[in-house]
Design a protein around this ligand. Structure first.
Ligand code: ACO
Length: 288
């Protein structure tokens, strides 16, 4: 892939908009990037916007996602990731497997010619588009309808929470194509469903529907397609009803809990709470 492969230098373009702080992402090759970004107060919305190609993702998509993470306005507390059209995302743009690749972005054939370190660095750049969605300062919600295949499933998994439509079809298709899931999806998947279920799901590349997704904890709630946006709005509003600093501190605690002992976690709770209570009572510092 060429240097331009990592995406067309997206930038925020302010747009006029009824009192809200609204911006739209644009890029050198918007048709290939297919990502829209809007901020309305404390809620940001990232929209995969190539519905005619079922929101297939390219290097430029991941670069745009990473840039959104790097430049996310400080006031944002909730990030909604959604897909335009009938599918959340059909995964990686299959043109990347062709010798011609995606115009301006090369292909895996050109990437494979790189040394291991440089090739892995390219993958790390792509992963940046996913990793920021777990930051403690925000809560990310994937609003998922229709197909969420491969990179699409992984993007949904990159979010803290998933609200799905009853037509959702999750599928980790990578092993069927001779690949591994490498867009940060294996960790959240195993955290949520456990290793045996993840092995079964990935190594059969089968489809998981809405009822099973809710049962396994892959989705918080499933609703009719027509109610997806409202369900996400309701969840975002509920998330914004808690104290901002306490929410971030609590998310830090919850995220670290699985890798700590009970004693370590108890110590972490104490440390966070001392800061919280001091803030609560007006910053009084205790005597030594
Ligand atoms: N890459 C590039 N183009 C795609 C992709 C994709 N992953 N998925 C769909 N498209 C395009 C189709 O080629 C078609 O384009 P065209 O109108 O120019 O012919 C258009 O999107 C619509 O696709 P349809 O197949 O007609 O849509 P439908 O709703 O019937 O099916 C589905 C959707 C099931 C998602 C199907 O398109 C599909 O199986 N896509 C491929 C999924 C895939 O294998 N992804 C890779 C996973 S592995 C990974 O992500 C690392």
């Amino acid at each position: 892939m060429a240097e331009a492969a990592m995406g067309g230098n997206p930038e925020h373009v302010p747009a006029t908009g009824g009192g809200s702080d609204v911006s739209t992402i644009s890029a050198a090759a918007p048709a290939e990037v297919g990502v829209r970004f809007e901020v309305d107060g404390e809620i940001a919305t990232v929209t995969l916007d190539r519905p005619d190609k079922r929101n297939a993702q390219t290097f430029a998509t991941w670069s745009a996602l990473a840039r959104i993470g790097e430049t996310l306005p400080e006031q944002v507390r909730v990030v909604v990731v959604r897909g335009e059209g009938p599918s959340f995302s059909a995964g990686i743009d299959l043109r990347m497997f062709t010798p011609e690749g995606v115009p301006g972005q090369g292909s895996f054939a050109s990437a494979a010619a790189l040394g291991d370190t440089e090739f892995e660095q390219r993958i790390a750049e792509a992963q940046k588009g996913f990793l920021w969605l777990r930051r403690p300062e925000i809560v990310s919600i994937a609003a998922v309808q229709g197909h969420a295949i491969g990179a699409g499933f992984q993007l949904a998994l990159a979010c803290d929470l998933r609200v799905v439509a009853d037509d959702v079809k999750f599928c980790m298709k990578e092993p069927a194509l001779g690949l591994v899931p490498d867009l940060t999806g294996t960790k959240p998947l195993t955290d949520i469903v456990g290793v045996p279920r993840a092995v079964e799901m990935c190594l059969t590349a089968r489809t998981v529907g809405a009822a099973e997704a809710v049962r396994l904890g892959l989705a918080e709630i499933a609703v009719p397609v027509s109610e997806l946006a409202q369900a996400v709005d309701d969840l975002a509003a509920a998330l914004l009803s808690t104290d901002r600093a306490a929410a971030a501190a609590t998310k830090r605690l919850l995220q670290a809990a699985p890798v700590r002992t009970l004693e370590e976690q108890a110590a972490a709770e104490r440390a966070e709470q001392v800061a919280r209570i001091r803030a609560f009572v007006g910053g009084a510092s205790a005597p030594d």
